[in-house]
Design a protein around this ligand. Structure first.
Ligand code: AMP
Ligand code: ZN
Length: 496
């Protein structure tokens, strides 16, 4: 492996040297969306963060099996109603119609943000048999009991037998015992308020229902992730993650279920992303403090002064560590827009830079040190803002070399090549950014090819003193808001 990787583990609250269970292979499970409404920009932040983690693990040379589920049953609201059924009833749709609509919408959004699809994307409704099996195992192990057709996890017994309940969310057992929300309607069936349903008997009007040994019903929300991660990644796998609002009750109960069924912890490392806020406050629909990805892309929101492209929004997200809260503001997005363009334009200049057989120098060492640091900082708990800061120090060097303020004779051919590949690796492979100015990922884009052709035609018109043609090309490009710059490294273009 290229670098030692350190991960902030929510389970131990420590930054730990990452050691996979199987050499060279990583199993990673991330809680996916509940598909009963459009994904919001906060959800996108979490999935973009895990995409960068996935990409970086692959960059380090690991083979990664990335499992991200679709929750299409069982996620309950505080009132005890299934979110999927509620969405379906409101819209007079089949629950699967609701799930399909928002799953497609989620996938479209993930493509817009240029995230990679996971290796497996299991649906909760496609794994009812596995969930029923798991309920049975937990009952057989004496950690769940049936009451009136529903099955409850016995938290008191679990907490007494295995001292891990509360460890992940950092809650004291006494607090856990009063805090439960999964099924307020049926509290009287439980031995203790903190017990949570792993199977629920369906009331007559409940749309999503399956046969089981206990009743016609449906699985508890937390169960799907335990059952599906075990099926695809094994009883204990490497990384389990999601937003930190899932730590309790979802992940805490997931840990309990896995111990209850398999007698072991589900994951060695738990990674939790922090929340996206707006103007310093939690995004909240009720007080209007919310913005959708579409509003960001069109500028149609009172919270912003203009539209921001998906890559600008993604760049903005990468400027904060996944573990810190991120406050979305118009000013922050404006700065991100400038930063994104500066980075992409420097890379265009860099890729055209010719190696001039320079010799090793202080500058050469400085450039190599900055590249080393950028990778080390990514390996320090996926620190994108720190790695990005090193890239921007390199951007200054690239611009100075291009403008002739620093000399190409002071850097070796090897360093020029390494710098080119480091920038492409970070921008495209690790951060997963696209060059929106040139359309198709920045490398050998069609638009870039066409622009090179136009630039060459303009050049030959000028050489032939065909001022009419050369002026026409310049004026047409101006109308399209494309700027052509003649510099030491040749002619470059950008969209103003
Ligand atoms: P949900 O569809 O509610 O299950 O959420 C999908 C994912 O988005 C989960 O990992 C949540 O923790 C995460 N998430 C929800 N709200 C936010 C937010 N404001 N900022 C970042 N992540 C969030
Ligand atoms: Zn989950």
């Amino acid at each position: 492996m290229k670098n030692e990787l350190y991960i902030q583990n929510s389970l131990t609250r420590q930054k730990e040297l990452f050691q996979p269970i199987t050499d060279g292979f990583i199993g990673m499970y991330v809680c996916g969306p509940t598909v009963y409404s459009d994904v919001h920009i906060g959800n996108c932040r979490t999935f973009v963060s895990f995409d960068v983690i996935y990409r970086y693990l692959m960059h380090l040379g690991y083979q990664v099996r990335y499992v991200r589920n679709i929750t299409d049953v069982g996620h309950l609201t505080d009132e005890g109603e299934d979110k999927m059924s509620k969405g379906a009833k409101l819209a007079k749709l089949e629950p699967m119609e609701v799930a399909q609509k928002y799953t497609v919408g989620f996938h479209d959004m993930m493509k817009i943000f240029n995230t990679l699809p996971p290796s497996i994307e299991p649906r909760a409704t496609g794994h009812i048999i596995e969930q029923i099996d798991m309920v049975q195992q937990i009952i057989d192990n004496g950690l769940a009991y049936e009451a009136n057709g529903s099955v409850y996890f016995d938290t008191i017994k679990f907490a007494e037998e295995q001292k891990v309940y509360g460890q992940l969310s950092g809650r004291k057992i006494d607090d856990l015992l009063v805090e439960t929300r999964d099924n307020l309607k049926n509290q009287s069936e439980k031995k203790h308020p903190s017990d949570f349903a792993i199977w629920m008997r369906a009331s007559d009007d409940h749309i999503l229902r399956w046969n089981s040994p206990w009743s016609v019903g449906f699985p508890g929300w937390h169960l799907e992730c335990s059952a599906m991660s075990t099926k695809y990644l094994g009883k204990t796998f490497d990384i389990n993650g999601g937003g930190n609002d899932l730590k309790f009750p979802h992940h805490e109960n997931e840990v309990a279920q896995n111990h209850g069924a398999c007698g072991c912890k589900p994951a060695n490392y738990w990674v939790h992303t922090n929340m996206l806020e707006m103007n310093g406050r939690k995004m909240s629909k009720s007080d209007g403090n919310t913005i959708t990805p579409e509003q960001l892309f069109t500028g149609d929101s009172p919270h912003i002064t203009k539209a921001y492209s998906p890559m600008v929004v993604k760049f903005f997200m990468l400027q904060a560590h996944y573990g810190s809260t991120l406050d979305i503001t118009d000013k922050g997005l404006q700065d991100a827009e400038k930063g994104y363009r500066r980075l992409m334009e420097a890379n265009i200049l860099l890729q055209k830079m010719e190696a001039t057989n320079g010799s090793a120098s202080e500058l050469d060492t400085e450039i190599n040190d900055l590249m080393d640091k950028a990778f080390q900082q990514m390996s320090d708990d996926f620190n994108t803002p720190m790695a990005m800061a090193r890239l921007f120090e390199l951007v200054s060097k690239i611009n100075s070399l291009s403008a002739g303020h620093l000399s190409n004779n002071d850097i070796t051919n090897e360093t020029v090549d390494r710098l080119k590949s480091t920038f492409n690796t970070f921008i495209y492979d690790i951060f997963g950014l696209l060059d929106e100015e040139i359309g198709t990922g920045g490398r050998n884009g069609i638009a870039d090819g066409l622009m090179q052709l136009i630039i060459e035609l303009r050049q030959s018109a000028r050489t032939n003193k065909d001022w009419g043609t050369s002026d026409k090309i310049r004026d047409s490009l101006k109308e399209l808001e494309i700027q052509v710059k003649d510099g030491k490294e040749g002619t470059t273009w950008s969209k103003s």
